[in-house]
Design a protein around this ligand. Structure first.
Ligand SMILES: Nc1ncnc2c1ncn2[C@@H]1O[C@H](COP(=O)(O)OP(=O)(O)O)[C@@H](O)[C@H]1O
Ligand code: SF4
Ligand SMILES: [Mg+2]
Length: 325
């Protein structure tokens, strides 16, 4: 019997922007995989390519200029990059759904919440009448929205910020997708609502067994939400490991810097360690390791050759010449 294939397998994905100043390699050879029901965190500084990686999976690259120039996105064994645009539409919002960076902006003020949760179900599952409204109610119930039947009649402005956020989550799960991509879903929220919302997303996942790609620049949140983590730097994944391995035994100097900058309750920190310097411009990248200008462990070879992915242990790899050496 063949080994079970992962739900999602991304291989050597490349998404470039062709600008007047040159080619911006926003996603430059990204590979990772995800099992059903699993949560993978993608973490990295602003501009490292997290959003472009997420959007590439659904082929929603900003135009003009952006183009997926290579790689594979195998979802249940089907390469999404080879599908026609109309075939691709069957995946978006049904098998794979997305919670955007600014979820407030994704609700329409002139329709009721019920209408907006119902829309993808009508479109993708061709539900109507009682079956439709039962499933809409069920989606709101999953989100722990009190009195879901009455709430369906509300317009977004009649709900609190936290509840609106949950509605956006409700829209994302209403079609029972196999994968949710959540791109910084809590960045616009205050700390209390953020904690509640993350707990809801976790509950939701437990109840529906949906896999999730959770994108964040916040290492602490990723640690709480995810099973595995991929660390991105300048358009590449530089380290992948289980959450525990990554925090306890980080390998790449960039990850080590990130882990040390996360405040920990069990440790008294005088000052947050931060990584000096800026990420490189993704236009006209120098040869060698992209982290070299900021790396405390840099040596000659780093400036000459780009480090390949090296295996640190089972299911833990990092792109650094020092790993496994
Ligand atoms: N419309 C665009 N035109 C040109 N370059 C872009 C565009 N959008 C994003 N980029 C480039 O892609 C890189 C990655 O962006 P993004 O994926 O949004 O980063 P992140 O989500 O990690 O903050 C940016 O650093 C920028 O150089
Ligand atoms: S390859 Fe060299 S420069 Fe890059 S992270 Fe490793 S030690 Fe630092
Ligand atoms: Mg982003």
């Amino acid at each position: 019997m063949a080994a079970a294939q992962p739900l999602l397998q991304v291989e050597d994905l490349r998404t470039y922007f062709f600008t007047r100043r040159g080619v911006v390699k926003a996603v430059d050879g990204v590979s990772f995989s995800l099992e059903a029901g699993e949560t993978l965190g993608i973490v990295g500084e602003s501009g490292s390519g997290k959003t472009m990686t997420s959007l590439s999976l659904l082929r929603l690259i900003p135009q003009p200029g952006g183009k997926i120039v290579g790689g594979k996105v195998l979802f249940d064994g089907v390469d999404l990059l080879q599908l026609s645009e109309s075939e691709m539409r069957d995946y978006r919002g049904s098998k794979i759904s997305m919670i955007l960076q600014d979820p407030m902006a994704s609700l329409n003020p002139v329709y009721t919440v019920g209408e907006q949760v119902a829309e993808p179900l009508r479109q993708h599952q061709h539900l109507s009448g009682k079956a439709l409204w039962d499933q809409v109610t069920e989606a709101l119930r999953l989100l722990r929205i009190p009195s879901p039947r009455e709430r369906l009649q509300n317009y977004p402005h009649q709900m609190s910020g936290g509840m609106r956020q949950r509605v956006v989550g409700g829209i994302a799960v209403s079609c029972l997708p196999k994968l949710i991509i959540a791109d910084e879903p809590t960045t616009a929220l205050d700390a209390t609502i953020q904690a509640q919302y993350l707990a809801h997303l976790k509950d939701l996942q437990r109840e529906t067994n949906v896999a999730m790609i959770f994108v964040s620049h916040d290492f602490g949140i990723v640690g709480r939400m995810c099973d595995r983590v991929a660390v991105m730097y300048a358009g590449k994944i530089v380290e992948t490991a289980s959450v525990r391995d990554l925090f306890d035994n980080p390998q790449h100097p960039y990850t080590i810097g990130l882990v040390n900058s996360v405040p920990r309750l069990d440790r008294k920190v005088e000052r947050l360690a931060s990584i000096e310097g800026q990420p490189p411009q993704l236009l006209n990248l120098p040869p060698g390791c992209r982290f070299a200008p900021r790396c405390y462990a840099v040596f000659d070879r780093c400036h000459l050759e780009e480090p390949p992915e090296m295996s640190a242990s089972d299911d833990h790899s990092a792109a650094c010449w020092r790993v496994g050496a």
